[in-house]
Design a binder for this molecule. Structure first.
Ligand code: PGA
Length: 246
């Protein structure tokens, strides 16, 4: 089973999101070997959720607020997204961490809110270019994992991780498959300190139709989180077809 998760970020408006989803729905994809999810703009979330009911596609939120309800202007809670049909939510994406200033502690609260609401969190971790240059990759990722998993009750809860080196996101400078495999293998070992559960780990960062198979065929990599390419119909369909051929 391979995960293909599509993070549409803020690339597509309401109409563009619906048009792309409707085009994707015209294809038959292999539901036995793929777990697929779209993370659309919240604006198009309910339309896409309706369109994808009874299909292979799942819908996820790009972000959640950890408080259930109240005076939080501009926020949308995990509970509200769950009631609107969100199966997954990205939590701690690097754009949330580095553009919007989310802290490790915020990310922990969001993971807990997802558990509470019955959403499967997709915890994003990864080092910056500076971390990488300073040989602090493991330090950074371990810190991010610890903040979320230390003392977290994961029994009976699903959670996924996406390893996304910040320097590889939207740059065309993807991590080599061997490098991604090394880090993801290491993440899986680290997680054993916290939980006996098998936690799927995806790779994200400049994944495209040409390199996708090189990640998917690695032992430890359970799937891919695709940003920009997933907003381009032909490229994204070709990418899915590449995985299906495996
Ligand atoms: P990218 O983004 O595929 O555009 O590099 C990946 C992500 O941020 O999830």
């Amino acid at each position: 089973m391979k995960y293909i998760f599509a993070n549409w970020k803020m690339y597509l408006d309401f109409d563009e999101s619906n048009i792309l989803m409707n085009r994707l729905l015209q294809n038959d994809f292999d539901g036995d070997s793929l777990v697929m999810a779209i993370f659309p703009t919240t604006l198009a979330f309910t339309e896409i959720e309706k369109a994808t009911r009874e299909t292979l596609w799942n819908v996820g939120a790009q972000n959640v607020a950890w408080v259930e309800k109240g005076a939080y202007t501009g926020a949308i809670s995990a509970h509200m997204l769950a009631s609107a049909g969100a199966k997954y939510a990205l939590v701690g994406h690097s754009e949330r961490r580095y553009v919007f200033g989310e802290k490790d502690e915020d990310v922990r609260k969001k993971v807990e809110a997802c558990f509470d609401a019955g959403i499967i969190p997709v915890l994003c971790v990864g080092e910056t270019k500076e971390d990488y240059a300073d040989d602090k990759r493991q330090y950074r990722i371990k810190k991010q994992l610890l903040a979320v998993f230390d003392g977290l009750e994961t029994k009976g809860r699903d959670i996924l991780i996406a390893y996304e080196p910040v320097w590889a996101i939207g740059t065309g400078d993807a991590a080599t498959p061997a490098d991604a495999e090394d880090v993801i293998g290491w993440i899986k070992k680290e997680l054993q300190d916290f939980t006996k559960q098998e936690i799927p780990v995806l790779y994200g960062g400049s994944v495209d139709k040409k390199n996708v198979v090189s990640y998917i065929e690695q032992d430890s990599i359970d799937g891919v989180l695709v940003g920009h390419v997933s907003t381009q119909y032909d490229e994204f369909v070709d990418l899915i077809r590449e995985i299906e051929k495996q």
